[in-house]
Design a protein around this ligand. Structure first.
Ligand code: ATP
Ligand code: MG
Ligand code: MG
Length: 384
């Protein structure tokens, strides 16, 4: 069969490769690391930097169509690939998701509310920040992820210091909102404009990194969930997006019983919060990525089991307080019913590094939650 190519060799690329193989495709991965998680399981691995001409030529040569798995693959590399092969999502859409200023402009244009914010790219803009945005969070406009590249600031002095700390790069200052909950929507859009989405996910972050996802959301009204889906579809549609797009939302207090929805950011690829779909839905987000890339029909995913996903960060390997990494006690969690363990094949555990995840499925949400809490306790993860 044909070969599908992917820019980036991380865990998202690895799960894309698995889904592509299952549908009968060969796969090619471009990543500078010769032992990248996706490169290890792909048919073909191009060990190259993203902007290296020979690497891009080799990937294009090998692939019938190409996608991306890493948010920060230079949009320019996708443009160069697109001169030779179909690329989805397109560089222009990825570029919007890579820049918080462009992203917020897109939210506004699509009529989707986002946090009050100001752009800071100069000392004048720093001085002109309205007092109402403080306390706030200063975020670099580009290249941040997992809460990296952002600083919480309480007053103007802290803001100025934070901007220095971030190297005076272009930033967005957002008002710090009191969050009632966080949710996300993974939408897939085909080249013909057809759209389907995963069920809405509720997310708990620790230190800016996703820790727990629950589906269905335990704390968010159905009307708000429906609004999140409408907004995600509007954002994908107005970008002319082809591929899998994740939109993160906050639920904030506005005096109403349900609260109000505020868009946070978008990711131009499958998302950590959609990993439950591998085990809890009849179509996963990675299969949707393959289908959009290959021009296959999109079938609407159905959640067949309530699910709780726990992220497994490298910190878990160092719980003994020792300097050496120790494999967590997997048999203890695999003894529990409905536990699906996914490890990404990364050779070295490091604190904060995403090493794997586990999803608990059950016949009802209460059981999934209880088993996930027991799994967290057995691994020594903080309670949720
Ligand atoms: P990701 O890994 O999801 O791409 P990121 O580094 O791009 O993360 P954000 O999603 O912007 O970071 O923020 C990380 C987390 O910080 C959010 O999920 C939320 O918990 C918190 N946060 C971000 N912005 C705000 C805000 N304006 N008010 C309150 N909390 C916020
Ligand atoms: Mg982000
Ligand atoms: Mg985020």
């Amino acid at each position: 069969g044909a070969t599908l190519g992917v820019m980036g060799g991380g865990q998202l690329g690895r799960m894309f490769v698995h889904a592509a193989q299952s549908l009968g495709y060969a796969t090619a991965v471009l990543d500078a690391d010769p032992a990248s998680p996706a490169g290890l399981v792909a048919h073909r691995h191009v060990a190259s930097a993203y902007l290296d001409e020979a690497g891009l030529a080799a990937l294009a040569e090998a692939s019938a169509a190409i996608t991306t798995e890493f948010e920060n693959v230079p949009a320019q590399a996708l443009e160069r690939l697109a001169a030779r092969r179909p690329v989805a999502p397109a560089a222009a859409a990825v570029r919007v998701c890579q820049d918080r200023a462009a992203e917020k402009a897109h939210f506004r244009q699509a009529g989707v509310p986002c946090a009050p914010h100001a752009l800071i790219a100069s000392a004048e803009q720093l001085d002109a920040v309205p007092a109402g945005l403080l306390p706030g969070i200063l975020k670099t406009a580009q290249l941040g992820y997992d809460g990296k590249g952002q600083v919480r600031v309480g007053d103007r002095a802290a803001l100025a210091a934070a901007w220095d700390q971030l190297g005076r790069r272009p930033c967005v200052l957002e008002q710090r909102l009191a969050l009632r909950a966080e949710i996300s929507v993974v939408v897939a859009r085909g080249a013909d404009g057809a759209m389907v989405e995963l069920p809405v996910q509720q997310n708990l972050h620790r230190d800016g990194i996703l820790a727990v996802t629950q589906v269905p959301p335990p704390d968010v009204a159905p009307a708000l969930q429906a609004e999140a889906v409408r907004s995600a579809r509007a954002l994908a549609g107005s970008l002319g997006y082809v591929g899998v797009l994740c939109v993160e939302f906050f639920v904030v207090d506005d005096g109403s019983a349900d609260g109000a929805l505020v868009a946070n950011e978008m990711a131009p690829r499958p998302h950590n919060s959609g990993h439950h779909s591998l085990d809890a839905c009849d179509v996963s987000q990675f299969e949707l990525q393959v289908r959009t890339l290959a021009g296959l029909p999109l079938a609407a995913p159905r959640l067949h089991s309530p699910a709780v996903m726990l992220n497994l960060l490298g910190d878990l390997w160092f719980r003994g307080g020792d300097d050496a990494a120790v494999e967590p006690p997997w048999p203890a969690v695999l003894a529990l019913p409905g536990v699906h363990l996914h490890l990404y094949g990364k050779a070295e555990a490091r604190p904060g590094r995403k090493m794997g995840h586990l999803t608990v499925t059950a016949a009802d949400a209460g059981t999934a939650c209880a088993v996930a809490r027991e799994a967290a306790a057995r691994l020594g993860l903080p309670p949720f």
